[in-house]
Design a protein around this ligand. Structure first.
Ligand SMILES: [Zn+2]
Length: 237
């Protein structure tokens, strides 16, 4: 499709495959990226599609006002509304991955930081606690309000949303968020005293130091090599 988004379609398809390879998206879960036109975003296909085989031709281009239709992600409004309300965030990823779902069911979600590479982890985790999916625009706007300025929010009994100022950042954060959640769940299970990153450490500074934009690009180029598909270019610039 010649709409000026060819390169971004390749990148969104590669992002979908990277997330699928890590079991972050599959039957459920989806990823979007805002285009240079602030009324249009790209999103991977919905629940019936094999995310691990996603190609650039499978990527959907939707306006912010587009409604759900079969073939689109059921909860697509979380994407349209983050792109409408927070256009500086270019990408949102929704996952139903096991460790984040486990954390999302805890009455009190620990704020301990156990990995330097997860320093985007909120000091107080935003939690969506409505019993149900995010199936309309109003619900999505409430979710984005709860997210605030954080990189991640949990959805009780359901999963998480992770955002980034670039697609590459969001993908890297999503992988690291599930890894960190897994570490937190493990730590709670073994019950031994923890040595988390000290409370006085500024996480934003730590994030800038440990996970600079250069590392996002490095990770992106590295991760893409594992998910190349015949007939789809690698999305290099
Ligand atoms: Zn969901």
């Amino acid at each position: 499709m010649n709409d000026g988004n060819d390169k971004l379609r390749l990148e969104l398809a590669a992002a979908t495959r990277i997330l699928a390879r890590a079991n972050l998206v599959g039957m459920f879960g989806h990823v979007s990226v805002l285009t240079e036109d602030p009324d249009t975003y790209l999103v991977c296909p919905g629940a019936g599609a094999r995310k691990d085989r996603c190609r650039s031709t499978d990527v959907l281009a939707l306006s912010l006002d587009a409604e759900f239709e079969p073939g689109r992600p059921l909860e697509l409004y979380m994407h349209s509304e983050v792109h409408r309300l927070k256009p500086h965030l270019k990408s949102l990823i929704h996952v139903h991955s096991p460790a984040l779902v486990a954390l999302a069911a805890m009455a009190e979600v620990p704020s301990d930081l156990l990995m330097l590479h997860a320093s985007f982890w909120p000091e107080r985790m935003p939690i969506w606690d409505e019993v149900g999916l995010v199936r309309d625009r109003d619900a999505a706007q409430r979710l984005i309000g709860i997210l605030g300025d954080e990189a991640i929010a949990l959805l009780r009994w359901h999963g998480a949303v992770i955002v980034g100022e670039t697609l590459q950042e969001a993908v890297f954060r999503a992988l690291l968020a599930e890894e960190h959640a897994s570490q937190v769940v493990t730590a709670l299970s073994h019950g031994r005293p923890l040595a988390p990153v000290p409370a006085g450490i500024d996480r934003k500074s730590l994030y800038a130091d440990v996970l600079s934009p250069r590392t996002h690009t490095m990770h992106w180029e590295y991760a893409k090599t594992f998910v190349e598909v015949p007939g789809d270019a690698r999305g290099r610039s």
